[in-house]
Design a protein around this ligand. Structure first.
Ligand code: ADP
Length: 437
């Protein structure tokens, strides 16, 4: 008799590079992968029996659908990619008796106000913070707002709608912009919670890092600290370059690891991958946020791990699968090389008409890959309204300085032609298309 293969539920709103990489790992490890997704129509699944269709905006209903669909079948682990799928995964795991994060802990990570309260109550460093309704526009001089401050939506991600204000005038402009964004049809249709509120908090100066980690029964192992070598001082905060290993002092890195542990514990995140952001300055380490999911799809390609028994490095997806199913090897260390990724920024909103220099960028020594993910002739929004990048540039080298230089050099070779969106003649149509710009 052959041993039945292990079954892993993969909760994901996106299908693409990362899910393909999970499929490859599943094939290699003899794992049966069951998708739980709201994108079933995009799945290449000729038998139609490997995906469970759900709506992530109602996580408890989604979890019930999963349990109904699986009745009587064994499930050995769950993984979630993305913030919304993580909540449904937590409810489903609880119903199926699988060790994962508590739903309340995952839900707290979806609300930037709740997260600040939890960090404050746990004694972690937090700036002053207040939430406001988006209507009427708050009058900062009556509310004890000090500058610089940062305004942000409560539940969006990828820095969408996050803005710095250095004065009352900038505050009022930014608040109106957050309100327009939260009222736009695109955002309304996501049915995110708390779209009627914004958070305002003190600006934290300092250098920023991202931490990728893996939690096992409440114990966090840091897989990588990524430096963000570009100054992220606003007024908008789109990501650019991530490079690991960090060039911060050992003591600073230890302090960041400790803060990541404290933040995960405070939130009650006890199992699986985390992705977190921190700022560090003369006062110490400040947790910006922590999410119970791995780094976004394509960026994960910057991480490779060495499994003692294998010649080729494995990807983050295989590592996470091994961890979720308690297979050996989830304690593998990151490779020796330095690695990095640039999320290629969007210089201005408009229609992407042309991209040149791709071959020259790929030819830069150290560059391992370039993917232009924005589609030609599509409209792309710059930050703060935007949330998707033009593409991703990857590099690998002996040290982080070389990686950073390779990425910068390759980026210089690229040119993106972005044309203004053509004016629409009908006045009513014009009013509609100006939303969200
Ligand atoms: P999101 O979940 O949308 O990424 P964050 O709250 O993490 O939102 O903010 C995105 C980015 O904005 C951060 O990575 C950081 O660069 C910047 N930022 C957010 N809040 C602050 C703050 N209080 N002080 C300084 N920078 C901030």
């Amino acid at each position: 008799m052959t041993t039945p293969s292990k079954r892993l539920l993969l909760f994901t709103g996106k299908l693409g590079y990362q899910t393909r990489s999970f499929e490859e790992s599943a094939l290699k490890l003899g794992v049966e992968l069951v998708y739980v997704t709201d994108r079933c129509h995009q799945l290449e699944d000729p038998w139609g029996d490997r995906a469970i269709a759900v709506h992530f905006e109602n996580p408890e209903v989604a979890a019930y659908t999963v349990m109904e669909s699986l009745r009587g079948q064994n499930v050995d682990g769950v993984l979630a990619l993305g913030d919304r799928p993580a909540v449904a995964a937590a409810y489903a795991a609880r119903g199926l008796g699988i060790s994962y994060n508590h739903p309340a802990a995952v839900e707290a990570c979806r609300n930037k106000l709740r997260m600040r309260e939890i960090f404050r109550d746990a004694g972690l460093r937090v700036p002053w913070f207040r939430n406001f309704p988006i209507h009427p526009t708050p009058e900062p001089s009556l509310l004890g707002i000090s500058y610089p401050c940062v305004l942000k939506p409560l539940s969006l991600s990828a820095s969408q709608g996050v803005m710095r204000a250095n004065s009352r005038e900038e505050f009022l402009t930014a608040a109106a912009r957050v309100r327009r964004l939260l009222e736009s049809p695109e955002i309304r249709s996501t049915r995110e919670l708390n779209l009627d509120q914004m958070l305002v908090e003190g600006y934290i100066p300092g250098r920023e890092v991202a931490v990728e980690g893996l939690v096992s029964d409440g114990t966090l192992r840091v897989l990588a600290i990524f430096d963000k070598p570009d100054p992220l001082e606003g007024p908008y905060f789109e990501e650019t370059i991530y490079v690991t290993p960090s060039r911060l002092l050992d003591a600073e890195q230890h302090a960041i690891e400790q803060c990541a542990r404290d933040a995960a514990r405070a939130l009650g995140i006890s199992q699986g991958p985390i992705h977190a952001e921190f700022r560090i300055n003369k006062d110490g380490v400040w947790p910006l946020e922590l999410a119970p999911r791995p780094i976004g799809g394509l960026c994960a390609r910057a991480l490779r791990f060495f499994l003692g028994s294998e010649k080729e490095p494995i990807g983050l997806e295989e590592l996470l699968m091994r961890h979720a199913l308690e297979f050996p090897g989830s304690d593998s260390q990151r490779e020796q090389f330095a690695a990095g990724v640039m999320m290629i920024p969007v210089p201005k909103s408009g229609v992407l008409e042309a991209v040149t220099g791709e071959d020259a960028a790929r030819a830069v020594p150290g560059v391992t890959d370039l993917l232009v993910t924005a589609r030609l002739h599509d409209y792309i929004a710059a930050w703060p309204e935007g949330s998707s990048y033009l593409g991703f540039l990857f590099a690998r080298a002996n040290d982080p300085e070389e990686v950073e230089q390779a990425i910068r050099k390759a980026h210089e070779k690229l040119a993106f032609t972005i044309a203004p969106r053509l004016p629409v003649e009908h006045p009513a149509a014009r009013r509609m298309t100006s939303e969200g710009n």
